[in-house]
Design a protein around this ligand. Structure first.
Ligand code: HEM
Length: 213
């Protein structure tokens, strides 16, 4: 297991107090979570089919490369990991919503301002950093349950595979993921690396979806 070349932040008081890795992740990213919750105009994206398609297109653009990094750096054969929600699920929703084939949808995405291949996640170099990104993406399934209800209310026939995540299994899946992260991030120094990457991921997410809507 390789260490990141980035200098980790000094371990915080939270760690000194013996908090578990996922509690540290939650506490140290709580402000950023609040920011993505509040600064992204969710009511814009989830109001009608046209805007929901825009949301799905953005998700399909910037999340698949993160999934790739997680698979490369963190692959584990455990079932929760193998069948976890991927950015590609948003692409499948987009196909259904717009009645297009995958290649037509991908073609349009590649034409848009940011191309999929242009997003590299260079700040994710180690398994610990990939774990920080995984924390954000899997944790976001919890908030997605709320967003899914808005879509279904506003656009009753819309496909919601991505936002529905694991349906009523979502809270228990999240518990399983947290238990795994707590075992995986053994050293305080590794937790700091994961926290740093989780913060980057929140910021990146906000940058991608928080633009003028
Ligand atoms: C309006 C949008 C959102 C709402 C209403 C929301 C709400 C929530 C709620 C209710 C939880 C569960 C908290 C708990 O059980 O303790 C949660 C957890 C979480 N959400 Fe969000 N969320 C939203 C958007 C997002 C987004 C866009 C991301 C990622 C970019 C995200 C990342 C997380 C993470 C990582 C957790 C796990 C926190 C923990 O460690 O327990 N959320 N969210």
């Amino acid at each position: 297991m390789s260490d990141s070349s980035e200098a980790p932040q000094p371990d915080s008081d939270a760690n000194a107090a013996g908090l578990s890795p996922t509690v540290r992740l939650r506490e140290e990213t709580a402000d950023l979570h609040r920011q993505v919750e509040q600064s992204i105009d969710w009511s814009y994206y989830l109001r009608d089919a046209h805007r929901y398609a825009k949301f799905l297109r953005l998700i399909s653009t910037f999340l698949p490369p993160a999934d790739q990094k997680i698979d490369q750096l963190l692959g584990t054969p455990e079932p929760w990991f193998r069948d976890r929600r991927k950015g590609k699920w948003a692409l499948e929703d987009l196909q259904l919503l717009t009645d297009q084939t995958e290649s037509e949808v991908l073609h349009k995405i590649a034409d848009s301002a940011t191309s999929i291949t242009g997003i590299g996640y260079q700040w994710v170099q180690s398994p610990q950093e990939a774990a920080g990104v995984l924390y954000v993406l899997e944790g976001s399934t919890m908030g997605a349950m709320h967003l899914c209800k808005s879509v279904s209310r506003n656009i009753p026939s819309a496909p919601v595979g991505y936002l529905a995540a694991y349906g009523d299994q979502t809270p228990s899946r999240w518990k399983t993921t947290k238990a795994w992260l707590d075992q995986f991030l053994v050293e305080p120094h590794h937790v700091s690396m994961a926290v740093h990457a989780a913060k980057q991921m929140f910021l990146f997410y906000r940058e991608q979806l928080g633009g003028p809507s």
